[in-house]
Design a protein around this ligand. Structure first.
Ligand code: FAD
Length: 302
């Protein structure tokens, strides 16, 4: 990928993605690029598109499992200041696509702005959270999103109002568009009330999920009207291991990776859980996490 030499942005070669994902395992990215600003990002996606090179955006890697074979093409990180700033105008917060979600939530809480405290304890960047419509029992990020500026694979920039993003349960229709920034419309409240809610949601999450272990959050989506964690638990799989990957005892929908685990361990455990739940309940669980693998080696249904 010599064409990347001309870029006035940071380009790294063979980067271990274990250092950039919450699972802490998997292979390398052939190239990792941190564009300095939007024009650099536009040039990158245009050239990659012209050459048929796959581009993947990595946020904080909290919902991604990287295969042991790593990934080909270019992994983009929006970690330069042009993509990470947060600003406020009255009750509207504007955050870069690469901004840290928890920092945004804390800034809102400090200003007594309500709407994003439901994201307490959900790791990630603003862009990753919008793409996944991250959330839980207390709300989803789409709830207070006004609009998002996105870059298409052609380099063109669009502003998409919330209704055009096709949000559903842990999904959006963003496809290959990259979230550059987003605006959130919040409600002014007493800061102490917003902080109390934020802390309550955080405590709930800490008590019910293995937050201190290496994982990517919930592995499977909840099937309609049911809970994947309940099904996995009732199938007797809590504590089940494959290599050094283990079904969490605290929350059965989390697979945690102990030191030395491989992505293959996790994928084999995923297969085992799916088969056991289908056999016992006749329900085929859908993955919530994304599995990243080289285009030429797609052996796993993603
Ligand atoms: C301990 C733990 C607890 C979790 N709890 C929850 C929870 O309660 N609720 C929940 O919903 N999730 C939860 N998750 C999953 C994760 O936090 C969310 O999915 C989060 O939104 C991922 O954000 P990220 O920036 O890390 O995205 P990544 O994992 O880096 O990427 C996820 C997807 O978003 C895409 N993406 C990243 N940045 C952009 C961008 N700028 N523009 C377009 N696409 C982009 C990636 O290409 C990928 O397709 C948990 C994860 C962990 C590790």
């Amino acid at each position: 990928m010599d064409w990347l030499n001309g870029f006035d942005s940071r380009v790294d070669v063979d980067v271990p993605l274990s250092e950039h994902t919450w699972f802490g395992l998997g292979g390398t990215a052939a190239r990792m690029v941190s564009p300095r600003d939007e024009p650099q990002l536009a040039a990158l996606v245009q050239q990659a598109q012209a050459r048929g090179v796959p581009v993947r955006v990595l946020g904080s890697g909290a919902n991604v499992l990287v295969s042991d074979a790593g990934v080909d093409g270019v992994v983009v990180r929006l970690n330069e200041p042009a993509f990470t700033t947060v600003s406020f105008d009255g009750e509207v917060a504007t955050a870069g696509g690469g901004a840290d979600l928890m920092k945004l939530c804390s800034a809102c809480v400090d200003r007594g702005l309500s709407g994003l405290e439901c994201m307490a304890g959900i790791p990630g960047t603003v862009g990753g959270a919008i793409r996944m419509n991250a959330g839980g029992r207390f709300g989803e990020i789409s709830g207070c999103l006004e609009d998002a500026r996105v870059m298409q694979p052609t380099g063109a920039v669009d502003v998409l109002a919330r209704d055009r993003i096709g949000f559903g349960y842990r999904r959006s229709n963003l496809g290959r568009a990259i979230v550059l920034s987003a605006r959130f419309r919040l409600r002014r409240c007493r800061a102490d009330d917003v902080r109390a809610r934020f802390r309550e949601y955080w405590r709930f999450k800490k008590a019910s999920q293995p937050m201190a272990e290496c994982s990517a959050g919930c592995i499977f989506k909840n099937p309609p009207g049911d809970s994947a964690g309940r099904l996995i638990d009732q199938a007797g799989l809590k504590g089940r291991t494959r290599g050094l990957a283990r079904v969490s005892e605290r929350h059965a929908n989390f697979i945690v990776a102990d030191d030395g685990a491989t992505a293959t361990d996790v994928l084999e455990l995923v297969d085992e859980i799916r088969s056991a739940v289908q056999e016992k309940f006749g329900i085929l669980l859908d993955l919530e996490i994304e599995v990243w693998q080289p285009a030429a080696a797609r052996s796993y249904a993603v």
